[in-house]
Design a protein around this ligand. Structure first.
Ligand code: DNO
Length: 392
């Protein structure tokens, strides 16, 4: 596999020069300054590509070329937005950038409730607390009918929590769920927005009544429309699984959460260019996902790999585990993906915050030392697997 790293562009404090020194071969990035739905011009793509190449690396993967909400809920502007998406893809293809990651999650991209969950050794990691998540839905969003989506036991715990939550705690929860984890990946809500909760509710309302079947039909429509461009330029699209892998979030369906979903989407548009981002972290957060079995089944259509691991805890909670632990079994995944023989781009996904990462002002999950440490661990696992393979 090719060792890649998610880099947030020229403004990222982690420079390409630093990445070169720690063995990174390819860069995963996006034109972060272009708003969702705007065309990525050939000129802007080429400029960034050449900048990356001047450091002796290549632009391996786009993460993400965001799919606008109106494409997902099939608003009146969907065809014109898809046309812009096709133009951006063609421009990427002409520049030789051929792996494009995206997701099809309505409104909210990945979600965590706690960005600094402490470990006994002084490090912290990202954490998902189900009751806090439901608290946000029921008490902060006050979504109509939310109660009927949850069990009496969970609702009782929400009431208990409500007795101890301060204004500051509530503010922090809003920041964690819809601001700090979103702005840098999606653009729906950004830091500094005056009324993030109101804005978020307006976005949810756009999907009112949308069923999983409709969302699937909209995804198929989108994929069918872009495949001709992918065929022409040899672009591999790879959808990122929904994170956390829950089948409903704030009343809206999620359709890329388990093996059946992935089977459906690969078959619905049965083209090699319609592929999967194997995010071991997102998948391992679902107790029902056998991550290794999924890797075996979906490796032939996997175009990009995220190596990270979770531990599932009681009550719907999960924690981001060290890369050497957790239920994702990264060594075995490396064996499976190396067998593909396609030098698949791989990035270590989130790391723990260690050695001052927490004060570094990085995007949540994307500190420097924690990810560097994880890359070192994964590099070691890859070397061991290469050694095994050389003996077989
Ligand atoms: C979070 C990421 C996601 C991912 C997008 C891909 O750390 O894994 O935000 O980049 O969902 O579109």
């Amino acid at each position: 596999m090719e060792k890649t790293w998610r880099w947030f562009g020229k403004k990222d404090k982690i420079t390409l020069g630093m990445l070169r020194q720690i063995g990174v071969e390819g860069i995963v990035t996006a034109l972060h300054e272009v708003s969702n739905g705007e065309i990525w011009t050939e000129e802007a793509i080429r400029d960034l590509k050449e900048y990356i190449e001047s450091y002796g690396m290549r632009w391996s993967v786009v993460e993400s070329l965001p799919v606008c909400e109106a494409i997902k809920y099939a608003g009146p502007e969907r065809d014109s937005l898809i046309e812009k998406y096709r133009i951006s893809l063609a421009n990427l293809g002409r520049c030789g950038i051929k792996t494009v990651c995206y997701n099809f999650m309505p409104v909210l991209d990945w979600a965590r409730t706690d960005l600094r969950h402490p470990w006994p050794d002084g490090t912290t990691s990202l954490y998902f607390d189900y009751v806090r998540f439901v608290y946000f839905d029921v008490k902060i969003l006050q979504r109509e009918g939310a109660q009927k989506d949850y069990s009496a036991d969970v609702l009782r715990k929400v009431e208990e929590l409500d007795r101890t939550m301060t204004e500051q705690d509530r503010h922090q929860l809003v920041e964690n769920i819809i601001v700090k984890t979103q702005g840098f990946v999606n653009g729906n809500i950004s830091e500094g927005d005056a009324e993030p909760v109101r804005k978020f509710k307006d976005l949810l309302a756009l999907y009112d009544g949308l069923t999983a079947e409709r969302l699937r039909a909209n995804m198929k429509y989108f994929l069918e429309a872009i495949m001709p461009v992918c065929d022409e330029y040899g672009i591999n699209m790879c959808v990122h699984p929904d994170d956390p892998p829950m089948d409903r979030v704030f009343g809206l369906p999620r359709i890329v959460t388990n093996a059946d979903d992935v089977r459906w989407l690969l078959k619905a548009v049965d083209n090699f260019h319609n592929g999967f981002t194997f995010c071991a972290g997102s998948l391992s957060a679902g107790a029902y996902n056998d991550v290794v079995a999924m890797a075996r089944e979906f490796a032939p259509r996997t175009h990009f790999v995220h190596l990270r691991s979770c531990d599932v805890l009681p009550g719907g909670n999960f924690i981001e585990a060290p890369h050497t632990a957790g239920r994702a079994h990264l060594v075995e995944l490396i064996r499976i993906f190396e067998k593909e023989g396609r030098n698949l781009p791989m990035r270590v996904d989130h790391g723990k915050d260690i050695l001052g990462d927490a004060e570094g002002g990085y995007n949540p999950g994307y500190g420097f030392y924690g990810r560097m440490w994880a890359l070192g661990q994964v590099t070691g696992m890859m070397a061991a697997v290469a050694d095994e393979n050389s003996k077989n």
